[in-house]
Design a protein around this ligand. Structure first.
Ligand SMILES: Nc1nc2c(c(=O)[nH]1)N[C@H]1C(S)=C(S)[C@@H](COP(=O)(O)O)O[C@H]1N2
Ligand SMILES: [Mo]
Length: 517
């Protein structure tokens, strides 16, 4: 018998909701970690959020959080869920049915987002299991906990009642144990089939190795980027909350569409092809002027044009649509892939190693001169020869241009913002790139002074960035601004017009404030 208008304290309800949801999600996350290609419920909700997020918000997230946008999104989803669950539990003290309803709705959200999750590579049925576990565990715990909170009349007291504290405590401990178990399984027992597979890969030597990097390619100024970006430092941009797991066992690349002969190549088949090594500077369209989303690596791979020639491209095709294991679609002009003067690669190696998992293991595409979102498909599984008129790629649907050559740009690495130099040692430097065309000239100016030519480091190739350095000999004390601009080998100088990253890449000059003391 429950006395009217009285319930257990509000916080017991909140705790009930939070613990029930957290235990359900934690156990499901542990389970997902044991299965290959099955996202956890939080990831599936996050993945859906990524695909539904308007472009402007994505740009904001990248600007605000950089490559941390993923942990921030995961935390956002988790906090929202726990708040909703806490409120549901609190309401449940008076109206248990409403609480069950809210939990059922959250479970339904988990189920739908799992069903729609394009990053899942396991079977649909398996993909739904974590969401079902979440639903069952959370609802079950909610029911158990809410029952322990029902008020029973105290002996000799018919006005107030009390709930069964021992039973409540037991249930709280049970739910907490579920959370700990899920966490431990996720952290220590989680499988990564792709990591295991990668460890076993031995790449053959290149049939055509890259030439040595020219000795003078690295600008001699402390703090300027390394000419070759290490795999660890290489920027990462993708929509994958969790890196897709694509073991080489069972891997196959399908080449089809407007071709005479469809090809299906296993990872071993690819390694038997003529592998060439090329240094290529990759750039993201999301790179703001002066931004970090650019990197230069040595890639090992099969020239795409070799495979296209074997497949036999039919007339009328003007595009290649590539698809990744996580269902990212990317459209690339066919001409860029068949161009004899630019080695577009189906890459398997990066800086002497198999591709890192986050950079597309086991196979990705790399095309000199095109922004990543129109060329650099990671976890590549499907290549279709087609026409631009016949499809829209992921980012094209979201307002970015279908074709996007990398825009010439230059960046100041030294000084960093508000760095202070002694007057006799104002040495600055950075990088400039104009893939496919090459950098001819870089100039800097201090404040509103005249443009001055810098020292250009040696060129490696037109497809790699070029470093530069400059010394300000008659430096004056005080605060200054350094600005840089580049000119390519066609004689075009970087425009000062500021363009935003959408729809086809930023423009403008990079400036940095510094001090001379
Ligand atoms: N599967 C997949 N491939 C992808 C992307 C992605 O989101 N998913 N992002 C592209 C973009 S926008 C860029 S700039 C490059 C970045 O490659 P990196 O992370 O190895 O630097 O990958 C491209 N390939
Ligand atoms: Mo990108």
């Amino acid at each position: 018998m429950q006395s009217k208008g009285r319930t257990a304290p509000w916080w017991t309800g909140v705790l009930t909701g939070v613990l029930s949801a957290a235990a359900g999600v934690a156990l499901a996350t542990g389970l997902a970690a044991l299965l290959t290609g099955v996202p956890s419920p939080i990831e599936s909700v996050g993945n859906r959020a990524i695909d539904l997020t308007p472009r402007s918000l994505k740009e904001l997230a990248i600007r605000q959080f950089g490559t941390n946008d993923k942990p921030v999104l995961i935390a956002g989803v988790a906090v929202t869920l726990l708040v909703a669950a806490g409120v549901a539990g609190w309401i449940g003290l008076r109206r248990p049915r409403v609480a069950y309803g809210i939990f059922a709705a959250l479970g339904l959200l988990a189920l739908t987002t799992a069903a729609l999750d394009r990053t899942a590579t396991a079977s649909r049925t398996l993909t739904l299991v974590p969401a079902l576990v979440t639903l069952a565990v959370s609802l079950g715990l909610l029911a158990v906990l809410l029952r322990t909170l029902e008020l029973a009349p105290r002996a000799g007291d018919d006005v107030s009642g009390s709930f069964d504290r021992r039973a409540f405590l037991r249930a709280v401990l049970g739910a907490s144990a579920g959370i700990v178990l899920g966490g431990v399984v996720t952290k220590y027992l989680g499988k990564n089939a792709a990591a295991d597979s990668r460890r076993a890969v031995r790449l053959p030597a290149a049939a055509e190795a890259a030439s040595a990097v020219p000795a003078g390619a690295q600008a001699d100024v402390d703090g300027v980027s390394r000419f070759i970006t290490s795999n660890r430092d290489f920027y990462r941009i993708d929509t994958a909350l969790r890196v897709p797991q694509v073991p080489v066992e069972g891997y196959s690349l399908r080449i089809h569409g407007m071709v005479d002969r469809e090809l299906n190549l296993s990872f071993r088949d690819l390694l038997k092809e003529r592998l060439v090594e090329r240094r290529i500077t990759l750039t993201c369209v999301s790179n703001e002027v002066g931004g970090p989303y650019v990197g230069n690596a040595t890639w090992l791979g099969v020239p795409v044009r070799d495979l296209l020639a074997r497949a036999g491209v039919q007339s009328g095709a003007d595009a290649v649509k590539t698809t990744s294991a996580d269902d990212m679609t990317i459209g690339t002009p066919l001409s860029a892939l068949t161009d004899e003067n630019r080695d577009a690669l189906i890459a398997v190696g990066m800086n002497g190693e198999p591709l890192p998992l986050a950079h597309g293991f086991p196979v990705r595409m790399v095309v000199p001169g095109l922004y990543g979102y129109v060329s650099a498909t990671k976890w590549l599984v499907d290549l279709e020869v087609t026409r631009f008129a016949d499809f829209k790629a992921y980012w094209t649907k979201r307002g970015y241009d279908a074709e996007a050559p990398i825009k010439m740009s230059s960046r100041i690495d030294v000084p960093t913002s508000f760095q202070t130099f002694p007057r006799d040692a104002v040495r600055v430097g950075g990088v400039a790139w104009a893939q496919n065309t090459g950098i001819e000239r870089v100039e800097v100016k201090v404040d509103d002074g005249a443009w001055q030519d810098v020292d250009l480091a040696d060129e490696d190739s037109v497809d790699t960035w070029r470093q530069w350095s400059w010394q300000w000999d008659d430096a004056t004390e005080g605060s200054h601004q350094l600005t840089v601009r580049a000119t390519d080998k066609n004689g075009t100088t970087q425009t000062s017009d500021r363009a935003r990253i959408a729809p086809d890449g930023s423009t403008g000059w990079h400036s940095v404030q510094f001090r001379v003391a």
